[in-house]
Ligand binder design. Structure first.
Ligand code: ATP
Length: 462
């Protein structure tokens, strides 16, 4: 049976099993927004926790941060976002559908560089107009291309209703790290090299949000910024690339679904830039995470725009310099989607087709589920609830399910990726004296069952 799902299978399972719902659905939806349901929020939190562990706790010189979303308007000038953070947009003259021109060109094999001027991209587009049809009405009649800025504005602190000095929502999460670099140096005195990490929301007025969580207008980014001495970037960069690649493998992503993509036309300050791409169902390989060697650009810009000295003083030599930065930036939604897609499996178990999520136990919404064999036998339900409560007390996130027959419960738990199901039956209660206080533990991936003593459950679940 095919183990290659289509994107629509993933979206359907995500909805059916309470992982991801379209945003504002009862009002007809709001494009590019998503709500994480009860199972989704668990997977999301587990994913962020695993990422935080790898990037803070497992390292020696990395610090966490949670900076405010709203930032001084000058931040986005210094970062280049108010001027340069745009995508090329054209509108269908027949039905007003908007397209992102670089993506439409890429789909017919024409590469549009993100640094191109409006003039240059118009030339490219004009040369290919006869090959690009509107995805809605199929007409090949588009407006001129214009660069559309992706920053989302707010009226925070503006009581004039004129919106002259908008405070932007973050276009990317990492700016908070640059703003707090000096605070961290002054208060914790870390020695270079050191890293600062943040998981934060980002908002982008994406021209055509699509492909589920892949291109949203509101999403989260998990970012690390590693501050190094000037010119001491190369070795650390290679190590960071390796660590990020291996992190995906350590949580179960199959290596054949990952690949590297090196950027060709680097911005003037960048030393190197690679993306980790994931082979998303239906979409194919596309960007999951960017890993960038950014030299001293970010802190130099903020030093200039803020007028604050952001140089680091070497504690031994008193030498002053602006550190160089090695950045990793991963979309949390894209990671969520990659883990969900990679875990999606279909097979046949006991002569029946089934779908299951082979999620790593540390990512699965529940570590285990506890069932009484029969719902209408109070003694079984009481024992099952006792086992359930004792696992909860031990800090294990565990589900309780007595709805429908055991087969249905297995299927439900398989589809949300619960690694083990524990069934309390009459033997648990002592019907077969030597089996008293033992339960059936069923493995999600193999369907194999074994009897385990209640006192060993915690160790068994891990
Ligand atoms: P793309 O080329 O796909 O628009 P990008 O190069 O603009 O992405 P970055 O600005 O480098 O992306 O952002 C870092 C990460 O944030 C990306 O690797 C991706 O995982 C995530 N990301 C970016 N834009 C979106 C979006 N609209 N929706 C969901 N995740 C996103």
């Amino acid at each position: 049976m095919s183990n290659t799902p289509k994107l629509e299978d993933i979206v359907a399972l995500a909805k059916r099993r309470g992982f991801v719902y379209p945003g504002s659905e009862i009002y007809g939806g709001l494009a590019g927004t998503f709500d994480f349901g009860p199972n989704g929020v668990e997977l999301l939190n587990n994913l962020k926790r695993a990422w935080w562990k790898a990037n803070v706790y497992d390292k020696e010189n990395y610090y966490g941060l949670d900076a405010a979303m709203f930032k001084h308007p000058r931040v986005w000038e210094a970062s280049g976002h108010t001027k340069g953070f745009s995508d090329p947009l054209a509108e269908c003259r027949k039905c007003n559908t908007r397209i992102r021109v670089d993506k439409a060109l890429a789909a017919i094999g024409v590469t549009a560089d993100e640094k191109m001027t409006e003039e240059q991209i118009n030339e490219l587009f004009d040369a290919s107009r006869d090959k690009i049809g509107c995805e809605k009405c199929k007409a090949k009649d588009f407006s001129r291309v214009r660069q559309f800025n992706l920053l989302v504005k707010s009226n925070l602190g503006d009581f004039t209703s004129e919106g002259n000095e908008p405070v932007y929502l973050p276009g990317e999460a990492c700016q908070g790290i640059y703003l707090n670099y000096k605070n961290i140096v002054d208060t914790l005195q870390p020695k270079i090299p050191f890293g600062v990490v943040q998981i934060g929301k980002a908002f982008r007025n994406e021209i055509s949000p699509r492909n589920f969580l892949f291109r949203a207008r509101e999403f989260e980014q998990a970012d690390t910024q590693y501050f190094v001495r000037p010119n001491e970037n190369k070795e650390a960069y290679e190590q960071i690339k390796k660590d990020r690649w291996n992190w995906y493998l350590s949580l179960g992503i199959r290596e054949e679904n990952l690949r590297w993509h090196q950027h060709e036309n680097l911005v003037f300050y960048a030393k190197d830039a690679w993306d980790i791409e994931y082979n998303f169902p239906t979409l194919g390989f596309d960007e999951l995470e960017g890993i960038h060697d950014r030299s001293d650009y970010d802190l130099t810009q903020h030093q200039e725009f803020s007028g604050t000295d952001l140089r680091y003083t070497d504690p031994e030599t008193a030498e002053k310099y602006i550190p160089w930065i090695l950045e990793t930036s991963a979309g949390v939604g894209r990671m969520f989607m990659a883990f969900l897609c990679d875990a999606y499996r279909q097979d046949e178990l006991g002569g029946e087709k089934r779908t299951y999520l082979a999620l790593a136990p540390e990512l699965a919404p529940y570590r285990a589920a506890v069932f009484p064999l029969l719902k209408n036998r109070p003694e079984l339900v009481a024992k099952a609830r006792e086992v359930y409560q004792s696992l909860k007390k031990a800090g294990i996130v565990v589900d309780f399910d007595d709805n429908g027959n055991i087969g249905k419960r297995y299927r439900r738990q398989d589809e949300i990726g619960t690694p083990v199901c524990i069934t309390i039956d009459f033997d648990t209660l002592g019907e077969t004296p030597e089996l008293i206080d033992t339960v059936t533990v069923r493995d999600r991936d193999t369907g194999e069952q074994k009897r385990v003593h209640v006192s060993e459950l915690k160790a068994h679940i891990g």
